[in-house]
Design a protein around this ligand. Structure first.
Ligand SMILES: [Zn+2]
Length: 536
């Protein structure tokens, strides 16, 4: 076993270690340590082919200089690619069907995760909580004037039923549902049925949650709309599911429709008023589920790196990308690190969150439950929706010290990386609100290890939240790459000699929310409904 208990965290790894301080790399024109590394480089980049060759030589040099950490890097990287286990476990996980809260698939996924963690030699537990679950009934939407026509629709999760006999009303189209669109039509919204697209255009939606579905729904409710129609902004991609509120029933009926049916409504609206009839039956009910937690002890028990992924999916989907990819990646990290026998400085806590798709309920209950010990978590690494083309990067959600740490890791492993603008998305948000430094893995426009480039615009979900988010959409090498970058980052986070990022106070979190406009967004979303704020 190359990495044994003799492994000394301080001497064997440093996040600032850089191969370019070596004589060897000077051969390749590096005038200063790290000048070709990602993120904050000032020097012109060499041709890509040269960089690839140099990367291999730098890697060889690191092997000699810091043997233990590099051996662990190599061991994990090699096993991720050669075993292809992440991809094959994803095939098995997605075969279980939907993992929506309250379904048999959710229970099957829990058993799958527990079995995998136990097989890795860990001792997982379930931290149970009770939440308001939701069951879809039927939904129908028809144009009643100026023509009659049936449209395809499904309810958004958490939406209430319509009153018996349904709802009739006139459509008001508010484009992408940006704050500006809502404000412009504020006085026309009352008693209308609001139609918005799922797009969050970069220019107008900073942070992206400014134009998140739940913010659009919140504005429609606040301005008195009768019902909410959410059309997919992307053609050929079916109705895009999503939630309305966190852990409580939505106030007005809400359905999602495909791009093409939204276009029908838009084109009819060009000629004059359009009326529709909407009927939906849904059921909200109390349900007990849980987050699955397992630990790999570190040498310093007071410090934890938490790596997490949500295991639920929407009920219309097997959630291969969102978030089967995150689940199998976390399980693979648990297995490889456990089997390596290495003991790093910090305890690594693996958490598979329940009920993310209903507005981050599981992660909120996690943060709430551990409110007295949040300062033990030096970093939360979230992995969600990663198995597609493009280099991986980490959203550090406005925590500058966490961003510095990630860029140091990128430099250390010689990986192109940038820190995106904060999105305050998914399970990360509960931790941000709790003051916990957070890094959420994402795709980027940069070219990846295996050479492909991200094709998505980042302004909508692609296959996410649709019934087409299936195993065939996940790219094997993109999944391997994500697992490799997560592994190398996790090792460095777990073994960093000093605390890489600071827990924020309530006042500091409030300042981040104010500066980014998230305070307004959260008030329209009425999020959180579960207490995730740090104690004073
Ligand atoms: Zn997700």
């Amino acid at each position: 076993m190359p990495m044994s208990s003799s492994h000394s965290p301080v001497t064997t790894m440093s996040a600032t270690t850089n191969c370019c301080s070596s004589v060897r790399c000077a051969t390749w024109g590096c005038s200063a340590p790290g000048d070709h590394a990602a993120g904050r480089s000032g020097a012109p980049e060499p041709p890509r082919s040269t960089r690839r060759v140099r990367r291999r030589i730098c890697a060889a040099y690191i092997r000699r200089r810091t043997m233990p950490i590099t051996e662990l890097d190599q061991r994990l990287t090699g096993q991720i690619v050669l075993s292809n286990r992440t991809y094959e476990r994803l095939r098995a996980l997605t075969a279980l069907g939907t993992r929506f809260p309250g379904t048999p698939g959710e229970r099957a996924a829990q058993r799958f995760i527990l079995d995998e963690l136990r097989a890795a030699g860990l001792d997982p537990t379930i931290e149970e909580f009770e939440h308001l679950a939701w069951e879809r009934g039927s939904a129908s939407l028809s144009v009643t004037a100026p023509v009659t026509r049936k449209l395809l629709c499904i309810s958004l999760a958490g939406a209430p039923s319509t009153p018996a006999g349904g709802i009739d009303g006139e459509i008001l189209y508010l484009g992408n549902g940006t704050p500006a669109e809502f404000d412009r039509h504020k006085d026309a919204i009352r008693d209308r049925i609001v139609l918005v697209t799922s797009l969050a255009p970069r220019q107008e939606c900073s942070p992206p949650r400014q134009c998140h579905r739940r913010t659009k729904y919140g504005r429609a409710v606040q301005y008195g709309a009768k019902a909410f129609l959410f059309m997919n902004s992307q053609p050929g991609m079916l109705p895009q599911a999503g939630s309305t509120r966190q852990n409580r029933e939505g106030e007005i009926p809400a359905v999602t429709i495909p791009f093409e049916d939204g276009e029908v409504l838009k084109s009819l609206l060009k000629a004059g008023p359009v009326s529709v009839h909407l009927e939906a039956t849904n059921r909200n009910y109390p349900h007990t589920t849980g987050n699955i937690v397992a630990e790999l002890p570190g040498t310093d028990p007071d410090h934890v790196v938490l790596v997490g992924a949500h295991y639920d999916s929407h009920d219309n989907a097997v959630g291969a990308i969102d978030n089967g990819t995150g689940v199998v990646t976390v399980l693979e990290l648990a297995r490889l690190l456990s089997e390596s026998g290495v003991r790093l400085r910090r305890t690594i806590r693996f958490v598979l969150f329940a009920v993310e798709e209903m507005a981050s309920v599981g992660s909120s209950f996690y943060v709430n439950r551990h409110r007295d010990h949040l300062d033990q978590i030096d970093l939360f690494m979230n992995i969600d929706g990663i198995g597609q083309q493009g280099a991986k990067t980490f959203d550090t959600q406005g925590f500058d010290d966490a961003a510095d740490f990630i860029l140091d890791v990128a430099k250390d492993i010689d990986y192109e990386m940038t820190i995106p603008n904060p999105a305050f998305s998914g399970d990360s948000l509960a931790f941000v609100m709790g003051g916990v430094p957070t890094a959420a893995m994402k795709g980027s426009k940069l070219r990846s290890l295996f050479g492909h480039q991200n094709l998505s615009t980042g302004e909508d979900r692609g296959w996410g939240h649709t019934s087409a988010d299936t195993f065939d959409k996940v790219e094997q090498h993109a999944l391997h790459e994500a697992a490799i970058i997560a592994a190398l980052t996790l090792i460095r986070a777990a073994d960093h000699p000093t605390r890489m990022a600071r827990t924020r106070t309530k006042a500091e979190v409030d300042a981040i929310l104010r500066e980014t406009g998230m305070d307004t967004v959260l008030s329209f979303m009425q999020w959180p409904s579960i207490d995730v704020r740090p104690k004073e």
